[in-house]
Ligand binder design. Structure first.
Ligand code: F0G
Length: 457
C-alpha cells in the first residue's frame, strides 16, 4: 500500500456537488477567471488552503459543548493555556483569533524604522505585518530551497552562514529572528532540529530573541521523527518540546496543526513583553482569557493540539500529501521536491512551458484545473508576487511560478486525492491547449484576490 488507510471513520458528511463543464465555464467567465471569486458550493475538491478547512473530531465537537463562555477567567482558557504550556514550555500564553493577529500584536510592539526581522522565510502575512510596522523582513532560506527539482532533505532550513553575517553587521537592529515550521513559502519544507539548535545558538550569541512561527509544528516534528538521525524512537510530543525549548517564544495560526477552523496564540518566556502584548490584545481582540475567541474555540484547540501530534494521524497525513505528489511525479509532472507537509506545489512554468510568466502560467493552470475537473488550487507566482514596472512597462516576476494544492486535514479521502491526480494527468496530456492570460482589472495591493483576467487567443 502506497498510502496507509485513514486512521478514522466518518460520522458526519458534507455533500459536495459535481457541476457540468458548461456550468463551470459560465462560473469562470463570471469570476473573471479568478478561482477566488467562485462560490465554494460549485467546487468539487477545494485545495485552496489547508488553513481552517480541517475536520474536527468527535472529541473536539464534544469540547464545544462544554466551552465556558465567561468573559473573564473562563475554565476553557485555563485548559487551553495548560495545553500550550505543556507542549511549548512557555509560561505566558496569549489567545488570538488567528495567526496574523498574533503577528500584528508582536511586530507592532517590537519593530521600528531601521530594524530588520530575519526569518528562514516569512509567510506573506508575517512579512506584511513586519513591513506595516516600517521594518524590513529579510528571508534567509538555504539556497537549495530555490531549486524545486532538488530532492534534498530539510529545505526549510535557515542559511546559518548568512544569518551570522546579518546578525553581526546589523547588531542592535534585529528585534527578532523567526523560524517558520514548516516553511510554507518554500513548499511546506521542514526545518531540522539541528538547524533550529544552531539558529538558537547564534541568536543567544548575538543577544537576539528567537521565535517560532509554529502553524505546522506537528508536521515539522513528524519529518524530524522520520528523517533526522536520533529521533525515530521519540514521541512527537517529546520532539515538539525539544523544538520549543530552543526558542524564546512562538506564535501559531491554530487553523493548521491544531485542527480547528479558527484560532491562534502567542506564547513566550518574556513576561514584560507578554504584558505589553496583553495590553494591546485588550484593545483589539478582547480580555486576556479569550482574545477574540469563544470559550468553545479554546476547548477545541486544547484538544486539537494533541490530536495533531498523534503518530497514526501524522503518518496518514503526510503520506496522503506524498501520495498525490508521487502520482504526479510518476506521470512526469514537475513539482517542488521533496513533497512537503501540507501541500503539493506544481511547477507551472514547466507544466505550461508555452506560456511566458507575464501571461500567468500558474493562474492559467488553476483555470484549467477548475474548468476540466471542478478542483480549486491557488497560484503562487506572477499574479500573487509580480508587478509591472511603472518605468519600463516590463513584467517583474518571482523566482518560481507555482500552483499550490493544499490538502485540508482529515477532509478528503484517498479517492478524492486520486481523482485530483488523475484529472491533472488528463490535463497534462493536452497541456499545450492551456491559454495564457491578460489582466483586465487589478487592485493596487494584494491583487490576486480580486484580479479579473481574460484568455489570450
Ligand atoms: N504563518 C504561516 C506559516 C501561515 O501559513 C499562515 C497562514 C499564517 C502565519 C497566518 O495565519 O491565516 O491564521 O492569520 N497561512 C494560510 C495559508 C492563510 O493558506 O497558507 P492566519
Amino acid at each position: 500500500m502506497r498510502f496507509p488507510a485513514e486512521p478514522f471513520r466518518i460520522k458526519v458528511v458534507e455533500k459536495i456537488r459535481r457541476t457540468t463543464r458548461d456550468e463551470r465555464e459560465q462560473l469562470l467567465q463570471r469570476a473573471g477567471l479568478n478561482v477566488f471569486l467562485i462560490p465554494s458550493d460549485s467546487i468539487y475538491v477545494d485545495l485552496l488552503t489547508d488553513s481552517g478547512t480541517g475536520a474536527m473530531s468527535d472529541q473536539q465537537w464534544a469540547g464545544l459543548m462544554i466551552g465556558d463562555e465567561s468573559y473573564a477567567g473562563s475554565k476553557s482558557f485555563f485548559k487551553f493555556e495548560a495545553a500550550i504550556r505543556d507542549i511549548t514550555g512557555f509560561p505566558n500564553v496569549i489567545p488570538t483569533h488567528q495567526g496574523r493577529v498574533a503577528e500584528n500584536l508582536l511586530f507592532s510592539t517590537i519593530c521600528s524604522e531601521g530594524t530588520t526581522v530575519i526569518a528562514n522565510t516569512h509567510f506573506d502575512t508575517t512579512r506584511a505585518n513586519v513591513e506595516a510596522n516600517r521594518a524590513e523582513a529579510l528571508d534567509l532560506p538555504v539556497k537549495e530551497a530555490l531549486d524545486p527539482s532538488l530532492g534534498k532533505l530539510f529545505k526549510g532550513n535557515m542559511d546559518l552562514v548568512k544569518l551570522e553575517h546579518e546578525l553581526k553587521s546589523r547588531k542592535g537592529h534585529v528585534p527578532l529572528v523567526v523560524m517558520t515550521v514548516t516553511n510554507n513559502s518554500t513548499g511546506g519544507q521542514p526545518v531540522s532540529m539541528e538547524n533550529v539548535r544552531a539558529t538558537s545558538k547564534l541568536c543567544k550569541q548575538y543577544g537576539v530573541p528567537f521565535f517560532i512561527d509554529c502553524a505546522r509544528f506537528a508536521e515539522n516534528c513528524w519529518f524530524i521523527h522520520e528523517l533526522e538521525p536520533g529521533y525515530k524512537g521519540k514521541a512527537i510530543l517529546e520532539i515538539a518540546r525539544e523544538l520549543f525549548s530552543h526558542a524564546d517564544g512562538c506564535w501559531m495560526s491554530a487553523k493548521k496543526d491544531a485542527l480547528v477552523n479558527i484560532g491562534g496564540f502567542l506564547a513566550m518566556n518574556d513576561s514584560d513583553l507578554s504584558r505589553k502584548l496583553q495590553q494591546k490584545l485588550i484593545l483589539i481582540e478582547g480580555f486576556p482569557t479569550y482574545g477574540g475567541l469563544a470559550g468553545r474555540d479554546l476547548e477545541a484547540i486544547a484538544v486539537g493540539l494533541y490530536e495533531g501530534m498523534e503518530h497514526d494521524y501524522l503518518q496518514y497525513r503526510t503520506a496522503q500529501v506524498r501520495f498525490l505528489g508521487e502520482m504526479l511525479l510518476d506521470a512526469g509532472i514537475s513539482i517542488v521536491r521533496p513533497v512537503g507537509g501540507h501541500a503539493v506545489f506544481i511547477d507551472a512554468r514547466s507544466f505550461c512551458e508555452h506560456i511566458p510568466p507575464e501571461q500567468f502560467p500558474g493562474v492559467a493552470l488553476t483555470v484549467a484545473l477548475y474548468r476540466e475537473a471542478g478542483i480549486r488550487g491557488v497560484e503562487i507566482g506572477s499574479l500573487m508576487f509580480g508587478h509591472t514596472d511603472p518605468k519600463t512597462g516590463k513584467h517583474v516576476g518571482p523566482h518560481l511560478e507555482l500552483v499550490r494544492l493544499a490538502i485540508p486535514r482529515r477532509v478528503y479521502t484517498t479517492s478524492h486525492i486520486t481523482y485530483v491526480a488523475e484529472s491533472l494527468l488528463e490535463i497534462y496530456k493536452s497541456r499545450e491547449k492551456i491559454k495564457g492570460l491578460r489582466l483586465t482589472y487589478e487592485a493596487p495591493v494584494l491583487r490576486h484576490f480580486t484580479a479579473r483576467m481574460e484568455e489570450i487567443s
